[in-house]
Design a protein around this ligand. Structure first.
Ligand SMILES: [Zn+2]
Length: 210
């Protein structure tokens, strides 16, 4: 209400006002909204593969090396991790927000599983950071969700921010939901904290299954 923001779309400056009409439109899609209310379910094997993926690139003291990966599944449940090659999906790793080639990411996922999944979660890391979206992340969520919808209207897209820090031996801590959209744990070498968001950067309820 009365809120507005400036976004950049394909180089054009767009001033967007939050209209009551938008809310009306969202309410029209009651079925989808209902479906989302269950949130996301992550199983320990998926969390383990996220841990391995994020740790594989982590270099302590280098804040600027971010990676992107994706989870796919159906309904609320994610069951597969897609790992992208840096050359195809990231132009350079200094800024995920500016440098992800979403078309190549879509092509990669299609090559792997045939089509875009019912549920897609695009995750990027925040090395030695916090799992909160930057203004650029918010723009990234919004614009890439739009591109994915164009390719596959039936795909539900969410976003994850995977904060990782460490590099030295520590006590292992099991997966724990620390608030509605965040799961935290420690491997023997790194601390992990992953938070999930909608394309509008709103928190998504998560659960650990199994
Ligand atoms: Zn980010």
């Amino acid at each position: 209400m009365g809120e507005w923001e400036i976004i950049v779309e394909d180089g054009d400056l767009v001033v967007e006002f939050e209209k009551s009409g938008e809310n009306q439109k969202k309410k029209g899609k009651a079925e989808k909204t209902e479906k989302q209310s269950g949130g996301l379910l992550l199983q320990p094997p998926v969390l383990k593969s996220m841990e391995i993926r994020a740790q594989s690139i982590f270099r302590p003291g280098q804040k600027d090396i971010e990676i992107v990966y994706a989870l796919s599944g159906d309904g609320y449940k994610t069951d597969m991790l897609h790992q992208f090659s840096t050359e195809d999906v990231l132009y350079d790793s200094s800024s995920i927000e500016a440098n992800v080639n979403i078309e190549n990411m879509i092509a990669h996922i299609k090559a792997e599983i045939g089509e875009l999944p019912e549920l897609l979660v695009i995750v990027h890391t925040h090395p030695e950071g916090t799992p909160f979206p930057s203004p650029q992340d918010k723009l990234f969520f919004r614009t890439t969700a739009q591109t994915i919808k164009q390719h596959s209207p039936g795909t539900e897209v969410f976003y994850g921010i995977h904060a990782i820090s460490g590099g030295s031996v520590r006590a292992k801590k099991d997966y724990k939901k620390v608030n509605e959209n965040t799961i935290k744990w420690s491997s023997i070498t790194h601390d992990h904290e992953v938070a999930f968001y909608t394309k509008e950067s709103k928190p998504v309820e998560v659960g650990i299954n199994g």
